[in-house]
Design a protein around this ligand. Structure first.
Ligand SMILES: *[C@@H]1O[C@H](CO)[C@@H](O)[C@H](O)[C@H]1NC(C)=O
Ligand SMILES: *[C@@H]1O[C@H](CO)[C@@H](O)[C@H](O)[C@H]1NC(C)=O
Ligand SMILES: *[C@@H]1O[C@H](CO)[C@@H](O)[C@H](O)[C@H]1NC(C)=O
Ligand SMILES: *[C@@H]1O[C@H](CO)[C@@H](O)[C@H](O)[C@H]1NC(C)=O
Ligand SMILES: *[C@@H]1O[C@H](CO)[C@@H](O)[C@H](O)[C@H]1NC(C)=O
Ligand SMILES: *[C@@H]1O[C@H](CO)[C@@H](O)[C@H](O)[C@H]1NC(C)=O
Ligand SMILES: *[C@@H]1O[C@H](CO)[C@@H](O)[C@H](O)[C@H]1NC(C)=O
Ligand SMILES: *[C@@H]1O[C@H](CO)[C@@H](O)[C@H](O)[C@H]1NC(C)=O
Length: 551
């Protein structure tokens, strides 16, 4: 060591020039080395070793995760699968939820047969039904293996899943199955085990109206309850059931309505719950509080909305008198500060303000048969998909939900029996839309409705003059749904096909197809001239779409 440095170390403060600052680090280190005891130097060696060891472990972990450990989910997730039941009947019900907790959506559906499939030894008699009966099946969305199956009802029925159970029981949400011929069963959706079972109290000529409604807790057991509407001769009635035991709450109540084509549960801005029904050419309503207090003669903590009560009192259950013809469909749609109401009538579609029930816009269309679907055409702006007409005259219209202006329209021949349209949000804050239509333009008089080929088309607003024909299906479609099976790209459609009559059992088939795979083999349909991209470029672009979940 040269003497100058030594001197600087002994009298560090005497060193005046800027060199001190520069060399301070190295000098201090040397000082430590010179003066440090053997113990300290061992400590520092330990520290160095620990540093390199942890660095090595970090690198190893990064290396293992990125190269050696395969992505197990991706490998196990099949793009397409199909399961068949040879002599069965199926119903218009499909639901997706993650049943086996593998973070991939699974599928629930109903079929009717004398026994369940071979690996599930269950017969109709096990649940007290005559054979054949309806089974509910849960299928793994990842590979189509059956997770559980069980007899559910005598002949079809309605299913409501995600019914929360009392908080203190700690149980997961259940699925409730209401059979058309009087059975009321709640099952554990992850195992299919019975949670409770009650006979239903419906009369012989009663039909249960779809959907089942979940209402806030009425019997104070900490779980939401159920409201079931039924049609009996010329009367619509309501029944209340406990969501955690299936016991009926109070007795039947008539809603003073002959018949209804659609109904829903509506929560006003003031937080009051109302049942709204289409009744002839007006909208009828009753508060859930009112129904409960009438059938039990007890007070309910639920609310009434004073302004709605005034409207109800003024018109004796009818809320709305200037209706767009006979109302066929009612829909809750998101509005400012709460839901608004979309009415589809025989002459027009109308958006009503959710509080005042005053029309926000009216769109005159002649012939809307199907319930509209919502989606995003412009980023973050809701649009409503309306199908006007049927057969060769069918037209798909996308309307801006806030103004009723037409955003896009396209003639797409289709049959009344086709499944409704669907949409799925994409990562660019728009939606991909899915429409069913006839494959070729055929003369409506010549087509044999059941034999003709149906095609599934996909549309994305970033390519407004292109439709992709994703698939051709020539069997009878009973139910259809598009869902995001796994966050990101794994959007798929599920299709339930089967005999069109419950009296003639046949092949029932449940299939899943990944949208991205279908896009790559799709047929590009150009709606206008002037799209210069090649078919392959269009497919590539749409197959790169990412999807997001609804919430
Ligand atoms: C359905 O019922 C038929 C007889 O009616 C039987 O052969 C078949 O194994 C049953 N199960 C399935 C899964 O098709
Ligand atoms: C199926 O269940 C019945 C009783 O429910 C039983 O007698 C029979 O042995 C079971 N068969 C199989 C293959 O498990
Ligand atoms: C299907 O996936 C499930 C997990 O989701 C797995 O337990 C099962 O073994 C798989 N079955 C087949 C036939 O690959
Ligand atoms: C359903 O079964 C699973 C597994 O056995 C259990 O963890 C869960 O709590 C059950 N859910 C209900 C609602 O009982
Ligand atoms: C059911 O309806 C039919 C006619 O639609 C009638 O003859 C029969 O008496 C009704 N049964 C009951 C139990 O009301
Ligand atoms: C509605 O009318 C009934 C009597 O028919 C009355 O008891 C009730 O207070 C009225 N409600 C409102 C909000 O005016
Ligand atoms: C709806 O279809 C009918 C024919 O079915 C047609 O007369 C009417 O103009 C269409 N409405 C719109 C808005 O295109
Ligand atoms: C549907 O069928 C037609 C012929 O009938 C064929 O041209 C078209 O490519 C098919 N579409 C798909 C997606 O396979």
């Amino acid at each position: 060591m040269d003497p100058k440095d030594l001197e600087a170390e002994i009298h560090p403060l005497k060193n005046e020039d800027g060199k001190l600052q520069e060399n301070l680090g190295s000098q201090l280190k040397k000082e430590e080395n010179l003066k440090g005891t053997p113990q300290q130097s061992r400590l520092s060696r330990c520290r160095t070793a620990a540093f390199f060891l942890s660095l090595f472990i970090c690198l190893l972990v990064v290396f293992v995760i990125s190269f050696i450990v395969p992505c197990p989910d991706r490998l196990a997730l099949q793009g397409a699968w199909r399961i068949n039941y040879n002599t069965a009947v199926t119903y218009d019900f499909l639901a997706t939820k993650d049943i086996n907790r593998d973070k991939v959506q699974d599928v629930l559906f109903l079929y009717k047969n004398s026994s369940s499939s071979n690996n599930f030894n269950q017969s109709c008699a096990d649940e007290g039904f005559a054979s054949p009966c309806s089974f509910v099946a849960a299928v793994s969305g990842a590979n189509g293996s059956i997770l559980w199956e069980r007899p559910a009802a005598q002949d079809g029925g309605l299913v409501l899943c995600d019914v929360a159970q009392p908080r203190d029981s700690g149980a997961a949400p259940a699925c409730i199955l209401v059979g058309r011929a009087g059975s009321f069963i709640a099952v554990n959706s992850s195992t299919g085990e019975t949670l409770w079972r009650q006979p239903s109290s419906f009369g012989r000529n009663t039909s249960i109206l779809s959907p089942l409604l979940q209402v806030p807790d009425l019997d104070a057991d900490g779980a939401p309850d159920l409201l079931v509407l039924t049609q009996e001769e010329k009367e619509v009635s309501s029944y209340l059931y406990s969501g955690s035991t299936g016991h009926q709450i109070g007795h039947r109540d008539s809603l003073s309505v002959d018949k209804t084509s659609d109904f829903l549960l509506y929560v006003t801005r003031a937080g009051a719950h109302y049942i709204l029904l289409s009744c002839a050419s007006s909208l009828c309503g009753r508060s859930v509080k009112d129904i409960y207090e009438k059938v039990t003669r007890r007070q309910s903590p639920l609310r009434r909305d004073p302004s709605w009560e005034d409207m109800l009192n003024a018109t004796k259950h009818g809320l709305f008198l200037h209706s767009p013809g006979a109302i066929s469909h009612l829909m809750n749609v998101p509005g400012n500060g709460g839901d608004d109401l979309l009415l589809v009538g025989s002459e027009a579609c109308m958006l009503l303000d959710g509080q005042e029930l005053a029309p926000r816009w009216t769109f005159g269309v002649a012939h809307v048969l199907r319930k509209p679907t919502l989606g995003h055409y412009k980023p973050d702006t809701l649009a409503v998909v309306i199908e006007n007409g049927t057969g060769v005259d069918r037209q798909i219209l996308l309307l801006d939900l806030s103004t009723g202006a037409v955003l896009w329209s396209q003639a797409l021949p289709g049959l009344p029996g086709h499944p409704p349209s669907a949409s799925l949000p994409t990562a660019d804050h728009r939606s991909a839309f899915f429409f069913w239509g006839l494959h070729e333009l055929v003369d409506a008089n010549q087509m044999e409705p059941r034999d003709s080929q149906h095609s599934l088309y996909m549309f994305h607003p970033t390519l407004p003059s292109v439709l992709l024909e994703l698939a051709n299906v020539s069997t009878n479609i009973v139910a259809f749904q598009v869902a995001l099976f796994e966050p990101g790209r794994h959007a798929a459609y599920i299709l339930l096909t089967g005999p069109d009559s419950a009296d003639a059992p046949g092949l029932v088939s449940m299939a899943k197809h990944k949208v991205q795979d279908l896009i790559l083999s799709s047929r590009v349909v150009r709606l206008t001239e002037g799209v210069t991209d090649s078919d392959q470029a269009i497919r590539d672009r749409l197959s790169r779409l990412r999807y997001r979940s609804e919430t």
